[in-house]
Every structure is written in C-alpha cells, then in structure tokens.
Design a protein around this ligand. Sequence first.
Ligand code: HEM
Ligand code: HEM
Length: 216
Amino acid sequence: MGNESAPEDIFYVWHLPVRITHWVNVVAFFTLAITGFYIGAPSIALHGSPMLQVRIVHMLAGYVLTCSVAVRVVWAFIGDHGASWQSFFPYLKKGGWEKIRQELRFYLFLRPQPPSSSAVVNVSHFFVLLAFLFEITTGFALLSLSGSHNVAGPLFGWLFLLVSPQYVRLAHVIVMWLLLAFTVEHIYVAALLDIRERSGLLSSIVTGYMGHERHS
Ligand code: HEM
Ligand code: HEM
C-alpha cells in the first residue's frame, strides 16, 4: 500500500472471500504440484517412499482446491462488483478492446506508462479458473479409476467415454505445467505493476487495499 498516498487514494479492491480463496488455492496448488511430481516419478517412489500417503495428500489437497474454487465461483455471482463474473470478460464491455490494446502495448514495451486498467490480467484469471476446473474434473476422473471413491465414478467417470485414461492423465499434467508457467508470469507482472505504479498491488491480495484504483 502506498504510504505517501492520501487516504482518499486508497481503495478496497479485494474482499475477504477473494483473498482467502486466493491463498487457499495457492497452498493447495503447490501441494498438488509437489505431490503430483512425486506420483508421476516412480523412480523416486521405488526407494521406499510413502506413495500411498503422498496420494492421500494429493487427494485431500484436491478436495480443498475444489471447495475453495466453488466458493470463488459462488462469490463471482453474489459478491462485489470487482470480483464478479463480468470482470472475467472485459472485452464485452464498452471500450474493453481498447483497454486490452493499451495494456498489451505496455506489456510488449511499446508504451512506457503502465495501464490504468487490468483487462488482460482479468482475462488471464478467467483462464486460471478454467484450468482449476479442468484439473478438478480430470483429477476426480482419475480418482474414480482406483475404485474406492464411489461419488467420483458416477460424477466424473463419463470422461473416459470420450478420452482414454492415459490421455486424461497427460492432460492433467500438461495443465499443471501451464498453471506453473502462469504463476511465474503472474508474480512477475504483479511485482512489475506494483513497482511502476507504486500502487501496493502485491500487498493488496493480503490486505485488500491498493494505493489507487485500477478499473476492470
Ligand atoms: C491444480 C491442481 C492439480 C495439479 C497441479 C495436479 C497434478 C498432478 C500430477 C502432476 C499428477 C501425476 C500424473 C502423472 O505424472 O502421471 C497427478 C495425478 C493425479 N491427480 Fe492430480 N493435480 C491437481 C488436482 C487434482 C485434483 C483436484 C484431484 C482430485 C482429487 C487429483 C487427483 C489425481 C489423481 C487421482 C492422480 C493419479 C494418481 C495415480 O495414478 O496414482 N488431482 N496430479
Ligand atoms: C505465491 C505467490 C503469489 C503472489 C505473491 C500472488 C499475488 C497476487 C496478487 C497481488 C493478486 C491481485 C492482483 C492481480 O490481479 O494480479 C493476485 C490475484 C490472483 N492470483 Fe495470485 N499470487 C500468487 C500465486 C498465485 C498462484 C499460484 C495462482 C494460481 C495458479 C494465482 C492466481 C491468482 C488469481 C486467479 C487471482 C485473481 C483473484 C480472483 O479474482 O480470485 N496466484 N495474486
């Protein structure tokens, strides 16, 4: 948060449900990625490692991610305007494409001033949500293969009518890599905008407040 800003320049941008679901997602995601690497690397597991426990942790983190994503989806419909489902589709609003053009010019080093809007970032967040939903669907489908989860079978087993299990597993891993790539870009852009705008963007996802308003 910009300490030099006058109080009237300080805006409440992220309500509690958005901040809580963000950090629950982050912890669950890293737990899933680490345990997922482990599950996918039998060479590590062969050396007496606790594969069963790792799979259980993966599954539990999967349940946590599912609950958190569900809360965020509900909040998109009942919550504050800035976190609404409409913010995921800025190009549907008047002047949306122009905002996207200006922002891309900044990200491509064609424009020195940082954008006052966050349309591109909001679109990327929509894709993260889709990627989480994809991981949840494919994850529970994979879980149904173990036969011990009765709910997963009827709810997600249909996926194997369309695609064979090895492709579902491959897609599950590819989307993890896409999410990891997003994470690197995400932290870099948040830090870059924070420094260039002096807006306190990075701390905003902890405190909820930013130095000055960024329009969706
Ligand atoms: C962002 C979220 C997730 C990430 C990054 C992730 C990552 C991974 C990775 C890397 C693997 C190893 C696949 C391989 O190398 O063959 C895996 C396997 C698996 N994941 Fe996930 N996963 C996620 C979400 C979920 C969810 C929500 C569930 C549902 C409970 C789930 C259930 C499974 C199952 C059942 C397997 C197969 C385990 C096995 O065959 O022994 N995953 N996951
Ligand atoms: C661990 C380091 C992380 C930091 C410091 C961080 C920081 C931030 C900040 C500052 C924001 C609000 C500003 C903005 O719009 O960019 C934000 C939002 C967001 N971040 Fe992160 N983030 C981290 C990890 C992640 C990861 C691992 C993911 C997912 C793979 C993620 C997904 C999101 C999403 C989807 C939003 C939008 C919030 C919403 O609308 O629910 N972040 N993050």
